[in-house]
Design a protein. Structure first.
Length: 525
């Protein structure tokens, strides 16, 4: 894709640009993962059920994933700085709406808009950095960009926990996100503008079929927890998803310049690399969402303490990428990707030691192991996605990879949530009778008192608490074993697919197993 340089005579202001973009981007993962900590308080105040509460998290991931490609095309057409500023403004406005939301539907709608704003800010911001920096400076700028995302991911649950517990509740959490963004929004006009002088236009047919299809799939996954897999709405959503994805494939194959070139998935190495973020979403991102309610319900801890516990999972993402980056040039991509999946598999299986009242020292080992595996992936995956195809397709490969990553996050959250709900409800059926479904809904929102109150039996409160804790723990164990098996199978599949000959990169003189520095240069150039 052809890009124009910065407008002559205008200062690029590299330091200011890097500060503004990274400051804004940090808030995206903070509100993405932090919302899971606030779900319990949200459901209690707004009196909502499990499926509605899940959409507070799912709606953000869904639109964030679906609008990445669209906002990228619009940024090329109308200006990268303009798209970044519009994204930040929409995200900020959505957080304000969420702050004062009187009903769950308004809150979910605000989260939908926040996801669109996050996609625009991310695509526009990364494009602004690419236009502002050149050569080695561009590589360093994108390293800071990745670190900003890692900081938000690592400390999002903890920040949310502190705000929800001590400083204004869940409304204070969303308000703080809006206020913090105001300086970045005010500084955005100072950044350099650029656009594609010969844009291809927006692939509306592909964008609509992909977005609607993905939306229906996640809708089916979320509603299956409450309505059951055989409900007409769930079946219809999955059927429509299959049809729309087929239409999407046909549409993309016929376009001269498609939003996604689906033929890339016929390349084994590219298929393996795109599968990695989907697999890792189950072993890392989904756990960030489901663990806080478990800690709050079963162990009775505060949202703040639950967020602190998650630092065991997210902390390694601040350290491991730089360590791996320093040695990645001496190791193959294949080895690093397989090790990543094996660490997640071992960590997930190890985490099944979790029981009601399990101490932090017992949890530290498995959670740090999973976090280390995910940290390795942060150091190599983006570069691997680009270096897995010929240079002419590098930009499209990066876009497809990011969409797969975000789609995997939305799907993994929905799938793991549905599994936990189904297993928990089946375990509670005997202890809580016809109230098992309602009790499960409250339990998976971190509300143990609400789960006990929903039980329709004459058992004592202590007996019900014990039964609910055991059922929830059993469900989490099933989910963790499923993640361990999936990660192990993923390691085998990725190792096999990555065994093929990598695509030559004539422009850089490197191959798919290039050094870390060469891969990073290829990514940003």
């Amino acid at each position: 894709m052809t890009t124009n340089a910065a407008a002559p005579g205008r200062r690029r202001r590299p330091a200011l640009t890097l500060l503004v973009v990274c400051a804004a981007i940090t808030l995206v993962p903070v509100t993405a993962t932090g919302a899971s900590v606030a779900v319990t308080d949200i459901s209690g105040e707004l009196r909502t059920g499990l499926s509605s509460a899940q959409w507070v998290v799912n709606a953000f991931f869904l639109t964030f994933a679906s609008f990445m490609a669209i906002t990228g095309s619009l940024a090329d057409m109308f200006g990268r700085r303009r798209m970044f500023a519009a994204g930040v403004a929409l995200f900020c406005a959505a957080m304000l709406v969420a702050t004062f939301a009187p009903h769950i539907s308004v809150l979910v709608g605000a989260r939908v808009l926040a996801g669109i704003g996050a996609a625009a800010a991310t695509t526009g911001g990364s494009a602004v950095l690419a236009q502002t920096f050149e050569g080695a400076a561009r590589v360093r700028a994108f390293a800071f960009f990745g670190t900003a995302i890692g900081l938000g991911l690592a400390f999002g649950p903890l920040i949310a926990g502190v705000l929800v517990t001590s400083l204004g509740g869940w409304r204070g959490f969303f308000l703080a996100a809006a206020v913090v963004l105001i300086p970045a929004l005010c500084a955005a006009p100072l950044l350099v503008e650029s656009r594609d002088p010969d844009p291809a236009g927006v692939d509306w047919a592909g964008a609509v079929t992909f977005t609607v299809g993905l939306s229906l799939f996640v809708l089916g996954m979320v509603q299956s927890a409450e309505l059951g897999w055989g409900h007409p709405l769930v079946i219809g959503a999955f059927a429509a998803f299959a049809v729309l994805m087929a239409v999407f494939t046909v549409v993309e194959r016929r376009r001269a310049r498609p939003m996604f070139d689906v033929s890339l998935f016929a390349q084994p190495r590219f298929l393996a690399i795109c599968a990695m973020p989907v697999l890792l979403a189950f072993g890392f991102v989904a756990l960030l969402i489901v663990l806080p309610p478990y800690f709050m319900a079963v162990d009775g801890v505060s949202a703040q303490y639950a967020g602190l516990l998650l630092v065991l999972l997210t902390g390694p993402t601040l350290v491991v990428p730089s360590l791996i980056g320093s040695i990645a040039g001496r190791l193959s991509q294949r080895l690093l990707l397989v090790v990543t999946m094996l660490l997640v598999a071992v960590g997930a299986a190890w985490l099944t030691v979790i029981e009601p009242g399990t101490g932090i020292l017992v949890l530290a080992g498995p959670m740090l192991t999973i976090g280390t595996g995910f940290g390795i992936s942060l150091a190599i995956l983006d570069g691997a996605a680009v270096s897995s195809v010929e240079p002419a397709r590098a930009g499209m490969a990066a876009g497809m990879f990011n969409t797969m990553r975000l789609t995997g996050e939305a799907v993994s959250i929905a799938l793991l949530g549905a599994l936990l709900a189904a297993v928990t409800q089946s375990r509670l059926a005997e202890a809580m009778g016809s109230g098992a479904q309602a009790a499960t809904a409250r339990l998976l929102q971190g509300d143990m008192p609400g789960a006990v109150a929903a039980a329709e039996t004459g058992a004592s409160a202590d007996a019900l608490v014990q039964a609910a804790g055991a059922a929830y723990t059993d469900a989490l164990h099933v989910g963790l074993w499923a993640i361990a098996v999936l990660s192990l199978l993923g390691a085998i599949a990725v190792g096999a697919l990555m065994g093929g000959r990598p695509a030559d990169r004539a422009d850089t003189g490197t191959t798919g197993d290039a050094t870390a520095g060469e891969r990073e240069s290829a990514l940003v150039d």
